[in-house]
Write a protein that binds this ligand. Sequence first.
Ligand code: WTA
Length: 661
Amino acid sequence: MSAIQSVSHETRVFNPSEEFKRQANISGMAAYKALCDEAERDFTGFWGRLANENLKFSKPFTQVLDETNAPFYKWFTGGELNVSANCLEKNIDAGLGDKVAIIFEADGGEVTKVTYKELLTRVNKLANGLKSLGVNKGDRVVIYMPMSIEGVAAMHACARIGAIHSVVFGGFSAKALQDRIVDTGAVAVITADQQVRGGKQLPLKTIVDEALSLGGCEAVKNVIVYKRTGADVGMQAGRDVYMHELAGKQSDQCAPVMVDSEHPLFILYTSGSTGKPKGVQHSSAGYLLWALLTMKWTFDLKPNDVFWCTADIGWVTGHSYITYGPLAAGATQIVFEGVPTFPNAGRFWDMIARHKATIFYTAPTAIRSLIKASEADEKVHPKSYDLSSLRLMGSVGEPINPEAWMWYYKNVGGERCPIVDTFWQTETGGHMITPLPGATPLVPGSCTLPLPGIMAAVVDETGGDLPNGQGGILVVKRPWPSMIRTIWGDPDRFKKSYFPEELGGKLYLAGDGAVRDKDNGNFTIMGRIDDVLNVSGHRMGTMEIESSLVANELVAEAAVVGRPDDLTGEAIVAFVVLKGDRPADDELRAKLANELKGWVGKDIGPIAKPKEIRFGDNLPKTRSGKIMRRLLRSLAKGEQITQDTSTLENPAILDQLGKAN
Ligand code: WTA
């Protein structure tokens, strides 16, 4: 557990202002503690109450939590509901039909607004279109879409008819897309002709064609294509259909299909420490409850808020805090197609000012890159924009370093807006450990305290509790409604990955190290303790990248590690042994490194490209042949090797690998 010994010594504390506190949904620490106490006292009563108050069931549930087949927990059993109707009809019936649901801003700046009523019409037509193609309840539909109203509508159209969506981030390669189509057994793919990002048109449909041609995708009967740019893409007769043609001829009425509380709403792939990405399966009722509640609790959502989460719908943050949470809560939200640096690095601030965003939720990597840009150019500095509409800000996806936190707090939030540093994961469905903006004293770099009902703890390698102040393994001791239900098609892997026997089989293993401070029990996340990297808030398994590298005909062996990076949090460094001799020539090595980076980019997606590749005649291995990753991590960081290397078969290799190419 060497990675998690450093302890933050942050002492700055920012209390919520009286003004914020007064109006907050959870106001003051006493209110927070009262909820925590309720959950401790009567765990199922607490969750049952919240479900009944927040969700609209067509058939009430009979049991809050069924633990008979733990860790395959079931929540709100016997209940039936429809997730999309809980977002659309529920709010329209409550009088919000003409409220703007989505303010969409395209890459080039065009703005389109849809109301709740209009969104429902779009969703219904598309849902009817899916039905007309024979898509049924329980079928899987892969969505490979740009950020768009249509992308959100496609997810809701699936939810409406009980089809299970699996959104694949538009930056993933044909191979990664094919893997997910095969693993889910998808019957349809919803995509766009192209996506537009940073002024560039990038292909989507042709990548779908390529993915489908790679084999194993025979279950796919249709490809539905949203016309984003009108580019000439090949349409295969009988298989491919344009979205506007399919939806255009449908009725605008589509009765939502009521599904069991536990019916899978979606499968979303994420990287683990071994093997292929895992298909994280989420439920309907429990998932939605938490997406909605955290909107009210963490984001303190009010009817007049303009909420903006900058994530992509290809990631879990986009699922919970674009597609489902804000719509379930009846919010007005911004959906943005483009990138933060186009047409310049002031884009986020400009959009906040123009749309009068009140709540802004983004990732530390974005903040760090915008700090750099605004230091170089005043014009794109947040102080050059009117950000007075903002009242609350959030951070997600990776640890936020205290310097970036302070910059965000001062320059974007004007020292007025609390920052909620939300720790959570694809598997947790929604926020787990986060400040409540009207209650929790904020400490830069700490995600502070677990939400009520979330029994997070720090334990040792055997699952025993550790005292505050001591770093250890982050676990959750009791199930919660929005937790992962299983890994699609691999229940054994689910059990082994998340409820390992080593910890007693009952604790949910997050995969992160954490420490709680001695005074308040605030959590600080200390990064992954497994072989998962976090690059710009994107999860990447070292194994995935290694497998990709060794699939190249030139490569004999590869080991991938992370190295701290000022901008991206972590950067990928690959150590590669070639089948042929290691080129002695610097230029040749640089050329090969570029080739291999491109190879990984094509194989998995640009986000998986190593930042650096070093070539060696061998890798540092123990006499039993185990690669010593610990040493590779030190080498990647440029550290002197001070560890004991006496068990190494080939210590001389460290000199060669210690130098950048
Ligand atoms: C990391 C993203 C520190 C962590 C929602 C976790 C964080 C992984 C934070 C999940 C945070 C996420 N502070 N680390 N506030 N939020 N992480 O599945 O390592 O893409 O395990 O979900 O990101 O990434 P995922």
